[in-house]
Design a protein around this ligand. Structure first.
Ligand code: ATP
Length: 363
């Protein structure tokens, strides 16, 4: 569903100008991220989409229709909403939390619960958690329940307000991956609010950078915003590690994948001169054997030096460079879709491709 802000301004009764003359289009089926410092009007903008906040002037349109023509409760049933800490009902079980909107929409209790159970599976939660209460879950699990509940109405639009801010960085990354996977499966239009530029760049097809005073500073793809910030405010907001983050958008197809000497777990090894990549029965990398090592009998994981990050073939050069730099052998391990080792890359090769790409971009 297409969402349009057309000259939208919001001034709260106390005179605070939260959003000023916002015009932008959220394309159907995309993830659009509103990002900016605290108090810049992100939440206010988001809530104007489901009429939890009414604009002072201007219009919000869903598929071309002014949302003022829709009854707010009906409108909200068609728009999923996820907030920080998930906003679950503490005295209802997880399953009943997820079934809330289907029940409100007139589904029978049984059907609503069946649907809720399906949704728990979709967001990666084991079925038995359905019987627990929200307080009996971890923060990450609660956020997943929040996402499941928002998906329950099968609404075409999903609004997400800092949904992952309260969980630690590792759990957050897992939740982000999960959201990207769900999005590619379900194809909903998602508007996501965060103050974290890394999260914005990772999730957004488009990123709207807002500044305090509720003005849109820049609206574009993550690559555009990182590479060509329109002014000093955007440049400093996206600033830290900007060059490094930009690598996420550099095509890695030019990176030559070289052969790597491998050895299988269980084999015996006598003093190789080079680093050997140890793989398991499925060809997946397990670690490195350092030069000169001799293993009489069966090579075991305990003989190995831990490997670095893995670079999945075809993804951006950022992963390729990280794999090379984090590898004890100086060789970044390249894996295919099944996690099988298919070769290696060196930092030098990756840097050559990066240099070529950035030179092209300057031309
Ligand atoms: N109900 C309200 N009455 C008066 N002012 C409000 C109200 N809600 C928000 N504001 C003000 O409007 C401005 C924008 O707030 P908003 O919550 O939209 O920002 P935000 O970018 O989401 O901030 P944060 O990242 O801190 O959540 C802020 O100055 C805030 O204090």
């Amino acid at each position: 569903m297409l969402i349009e802000f057309d000259g939208v301004t919001k001034r709260y009764p106390d005179g605070t100008l939260a959003v000023e003359d916002l015009s932008l289009t959220v394309e159907d089926g995309t993830i659009t991220v509103f990002v900016g410092p605290s108090g810049c009007g992100k939440t206010t903008s988001l809530r104007m989409i489901n009429r939890m906040v009414e604009p002072t002037s201007g219009r919000v349109l869903l598929d071309g229709k002014d949302i003022r023509e829709s009854d707010p409760p009906v409108l909200r049933r068609g728009i999923g909403y996820v907030i920080q800490n998930a906003g679950l009902f503490p005295h209802r079980t997880v399953l009943d939390n997820v079934a809330t909107v289907p029940v409100l929409s007139g589904w029978g209790k049984r059907k609503a619960r069946d649907r809720a159970a399906e949704l728990l599976e979709i967001v990666g939660l084991p079925a038995e958690l359905g019987k627990r209460y929200p307080a009996q879950l971890s923060g990450g699990q609660r956020q997943r329940v929040g996402v499941a509940r928002a998906l329950a109405a099968d609404a075409p639009v999903l609004l997400m307000d800092e949904p992952f801010s309260a969980v630690d960085p590792i759990v957050r990354e897992g939740l982000q991956d999960e959201l990207l996977r769900l999005h590619s499966q379900l194809g909903k239009t998602i508007v996501f609010v965060t103050h974290d530029i890394d999260e914005a760049v990772r999730l957004g097809d488009k990123v709207a950078v807002m500044r305090v005073g509720g003005r849109l500073a820049q609206y574009g793809t993550p690559a555009e915003v990182l590479r060509h910030p329109v002014d000093d405010f955007v440049a400093s907001f996206v600033g830290r590690d900007r060059g490094y983050r930009g690598l996420s958008f550099v095509d890695s197809s030019g990176v030559e994948i070289r052969e790597v000497a491998t050895v299988s777990l269980g084999d015996s090894v006598s003093g190789s001169e080079e680093w050997l990549l140890a793989v398991n029965d499925s060809g997946q990398p397990r670690g490195w054997l350092s030069p000169g090592s001799t293993v009489d009998g069966a090579l075991a994981e305990s003989d190995l030096v831990a490997g670095g990050s893995l670079y999945r073939r075809g993804t951006s050069v950022r992963g390729a460079l990280d794999a090379a730099l984090s590898s004890p052998a100086g060789l970044g391990v390249v894996v295919d879709e099944d996690g099988k080792a298919v070769g290696a890359v060196t930092a030098r090769q990756v840097l050559d491709v990066i240099e070529g790409a950035t030179a092209d971009a300057r031309r």
